[in-house]
Design a protein. Structure first.
Lengths: 176, 101, 161
């Protein structure tokens, strides 16, 4: 009996070796009009890095960024209508991110759009060992877990690449 | 035929499937019963090999797929962080922000 | 041919491989219905088209920059023809993406015309649409491609001017 319990605990713990928290969002795939499900462990990242072009500025940045990572895990859903997911779906993730190694460093909320976004950092021995991003809108839900010593400056530098506009302050103009 | 149509013919030239494709199809087909006459089996096998054969190294194919998945993952992450940066900037400055590309 | 039709239509290599496998397994099931090698070729092309269309409808993709599976492998095998000085090497990639962005019917018409070198009557027979509609799809798609390429500064010989 003890052995069975031990095996059960080990089996439950195994998925956590990859991601740093459980997403528990598989049930949303059936309701989504578009789903992105990416599970890229360390081996996959290092394998992919061999095919990134060091002469391409974007790909070179990516190659440098992923060199030290242990994984990138993303689940992203688009829905046709509101209410496809419940607050409990996000709470189950937030509860895991209340563990002492995690700290919420940023949160934005728009009552007007019903959109929220949060960024959490995981630290071990005072060093960053992971990032979690939770982003929710009425018809969209995205959860990201980047595992490893994430270079936040490099991540931030992605703005201005991949077709994303670089964020600049201008004179007051039209709202986004 | 003008220059665009010639370019389209080049751009849409036939792509080969990954290495091992013919073997996978044959293996899957072998699990099903077939009532076709024997000579047709040979002809069908020839058709499969002829039409499905490829010279692309499977490893290179896997590598490109992995690369595109990594780029997609980082596009999504960058997109989310960019959105958050925008919101924080708007809220801290209390003024509408116009984004310039 | 089968994989290539699926690949250019779906613009997704793994999905194209899945479709191609289904088509060949279907060939295996329907072998006794086929009367000749030529018939088999026609049959394969027709089923490849149908399965590709089915797969696209099933996935109901709406391409968006953040969620779309982008990118494709480099051209397989040897490059056809020598490099033309000044020719945009990315033109082929651009054209494939533009074709992939067309609505389903004109997209498949373009693939059958320029990959398979079929004439409008043959395309009409496979897609079960009037010949006039096929020709209309071809004309409009070519016009659209020309317009989009012009906006990107691409003309004959791969650059403007």
């Amino acid at each position: 009996m003890k052995r069975k319990a031990l095996l059960a605990v080990c089996a439950a713990a195994l998925p956590l070796v990859a991601q740093q928290f459980q997403f528990h969002l598989e049930h949303l795939a059936a309701k989504a009009s578009n789903t992105v499900d990416l599970s890229l462990n360390g081996s996959t990242l290092q394998f992919a890095a061999k095919f990134l072009d060091s002469d391409d500025p974007d790909e070179a940045k990516v190659k440098k960024l992923i060199a030290s990572l242990d994984g990138i895990y993303i689940k992203s859903f688009e829905f046709k209508s509101d209410g496809a997911y419940s607050p409990a779906d996000l709470d189950s993730i937030r509860n895991q991110l209340k563990a002492p190694e995690w700290s919420r460093i940023l949160g934005v909320k728009s009552a007007e759009d019903g959109e929220t976004a949060e960024v959490y950092l995981r630290t071990e021995n005072k060093k960053i060992s992971g990032v979690a991003i939770l982003s929710a809108a009425p018809k969209e839900l995205t959860v990201v877990n980047i595992v490893g010593p994430v270079d936040l400056d490099s991540l931030a530098e992605l703005s201005g690449h991949f077709g994303l506009p670089r964020l600049k302050e201008t004179k007051p103009g039209r709202r986004m | 035929m003008d220059w665009l149509e010639r370019e389209l013919q080049q751009a849409l030239e036939r792509k080969m499937p990954p290495d091992g494709f013919a073997a996978r199809v044959s293996a899957a087909a072998g699990k099903r019963r077939s009532f076709a006459p024997r000579w047709w089996m040979g002809a069908a096998a020839a058709v499969v090999l002829l039409l499905a054969g490829g010279s692309l190294e499977y490893r290179e194919y896997r590598g490109r797929v992995a690369k595109e998945r990594v780029l997609l993952a980082l596009r999504i992450t960058a997109g989310q962080l960019h959105y958050i940066q925008q919101r924080v900037q708007r809220e801290s400055q209390g003024a509408p922000v116009e984004v310039r590309q | 041919m089968v994989f290539s039709v699926a690949y250019h239509f779906l613009h997704d290599r793994p999905a194209a491989e899945e479709v191609a496998q289904e088509v060949f397994l279907s060939l295996h099931r329907h072998m006794r219905d086929l009367q000749s090698a030529a018939h088999a070729g026609f049959w394969l092309r027709k089923v490849a088209v149908q399965r590709s269309l089915d797969e696209a409808r099933r996935r109901k993709r709406r391409p968006q920059v953040s969620l779309e599976v982008v990118g494709e492998p480099a051209a397989q095998g040897p490059q056809s023809g020598p490099e033309t000085p000044g020719r945009d090497p990315m033109l082929g990639e651009t054209l494939r993406r533009l074709i992939a962005s067309l609505p389903e019917a004109p997209r498949m018409v373009m693939i059958l015309r320029y990959q398979e070198d079929l004439d409008p009557r043959e395309i009409a027979a496979i897609l079960r649409m009037p010949v006039g509609t096929v020709k209309s799809h071809l004309q409009r798609s070519l016009a659209l491609l020309r317009e989009k390429l012009a906006r990107r500064g691409v003309g004959e010989f791969g650059w403007t001017g």
